[in-house]
Design a protein around this ligand. Structure first.
Ligand code: ATP
Ligand code: MG
Length: 364
């Protein structure tokens, strides 16, 4: 029995798998009502508190789509990425993964429900690229060994085929045969990220979660890696969840963008629409904080009034209300649903239609 057969049988033995239905199966991943909280100790008496890192998140990633995810530090971006690759198990909700089985039939599996054993068959399909590849690369392994490691661990290639596949992967990410003999310390940040990407690609993934993948790199190197990711997406038919703080980077690479605030998605739209025509005060504030390329540009900075609240005791109603200059009484009590304010544009603000918010200028 081939490794692929083993995987297929494992997949089919899962209880949470059913045949995919039409529309929803167009997306590679449908996230529904996902919650994840952490118990943390706080204060001198070590009181237990809960941090609601993901509070009822619903979001879909289309096949071949790059979905950007932005938001301030601590809003839950990495937690969402880690739940998708099932480094974390969500408490509730669905992670509906749609895939084609070995017989060419569409199938669907709820990754949120699968046990670690059942997940083995899916791990190869969904991979993560991290911010700091250096810390995840064993300094005593050559690049050849680093790239062949996931091939061997996941039994992707026969022993005889490993060298050929390693060279193929290295070339895909812009490394050459000479690089393969060297150790990670001999590489620049950008090259190390290329090694990290080659490792992620080794298992022939369908969906990549890139968590701050270019945040530690110089601007010129960032552009190279972003272009590489874009080319790989097209050539290998990948889908991305691209997580970053930097709104300019996310705008450059994403087809759609989701904005997250304290564990909730507050806005979601096509990239150009979201940046030029924000519907949520939080998005407006994030956009206005992006440094302008022209120093003479008049910067209208829309500041948020206070610091990010304690995530274990978030404000009631709309989480943003204490910081929002447009907040009214309703915002203090009623949680705004994420609703379609225009076709394809979703915002979680009670007053989205009434506000005239400022986005980036079209030519920026
Ligand atoms: N393993 C954990 N244990 C306890 N709390 C955690 C854990 N992981 C995340 N958190 C908390 O969950 C919240 C969301 O964290 P997360 O790392 O997902 O945010 P983030 O948006 O990725 O932030 P950053 O932009 O700084 O990377 C934070 O309040 C964080 O302290
Ligand atoms: Mg993070």
């Amino acid at each position: 029995m081939t490794d692929k057969n083993i995987q297929t049988n494992d997949r089919q033995s899962s209880n949470s798998i059913k045949t995919a239905n039409a529309d929803e199966a167009d997306n590679i991943l449908n996230i529904r009502n996902l919650t994840k909280s952490f118990r943390v100790k706080s204060g001198i008496i070590s009181k237990n508190e809960w941090v609601y890192a993901l509070d009822n998140i619903s979001l879909s990633i289309g096949r071949g789509e790059t979905l950007g995810l932005v938001g301030e530090s601590g809003c839950g971006k990495s937690t969402l990425g880690r739940c998708i690759v099932r480094l974390y198990k969500p408490q509730t909700g669905e992670l509906e993964y749609n895939y084609i089985d070995d017989d060419g039939q569409p199938q669907t599996a709820d990754l949120a429900q699968l046990s670690n054993k059942q997940l083995k068959a899916f791990r190869a399909d969904i991979q993560m690229i991290f911010q700091d590849p250096f810390s995840s690369l064993n300094p005593r392994m050559t690049v050849f060994n680093l790239i062949s490691e996931p091939l061997i661990a996941n039994k992707i290639t026969s022993k005889a085929g490993i060298a050929k596949r390693v060279i193929e992967l290295a070339e895909m990410v812009g490394l050459n045969a000479q690089h393969l003999r060297r150790y990670p310390h001999a590489f620049s940040g950008g090259q190390r990220q290329r090694i990290g990407i080659a490792r992620a690609l080794a298992t022939n993934p369908k969906l990549l979660v890139a968590d701050e993948a270019v945040s530690a790199l110089d601007v010129s190197i960032q552009a190279q890696i972003l272009n590489l990711l874009d080319d790989l997406k097209i050539n290998l038919n990948l889908s991305y969840l691209f997580i970053a703080h930097d709104l300019s980077v996310v705008r450059y690479i994403s087809d759609r963008v989701a904005v997250m605030y304290l564990g909730r998605i507050v806005e979601l739209a096509d990239t150009d629409e979201l940046y030029t025509n924000p519907q949520h005060p939080y998005t407006e504030a994030l956009i206005s904080a992006v440094p302008k390329s022209e120093p003479d540009d008049v910067v209208t900075r829309i500041s948020l009034n206070h610091e990010i609240p304690n995530p274990s005791a978030p404000p009631k109603g709309c989480h943003l209300h204490p910081r929002c200059q447009y907040a009214k009484d309703k915002c203090k009590t009623d949680i705004p649903a994420l609703r379609e304010t225009k076709p394809g544009h979703f915002a979680a603000c009670h007053f989205a239609e009434e506000l005239s918010l400022i986005g980036v200028k079209d030519e920026e």
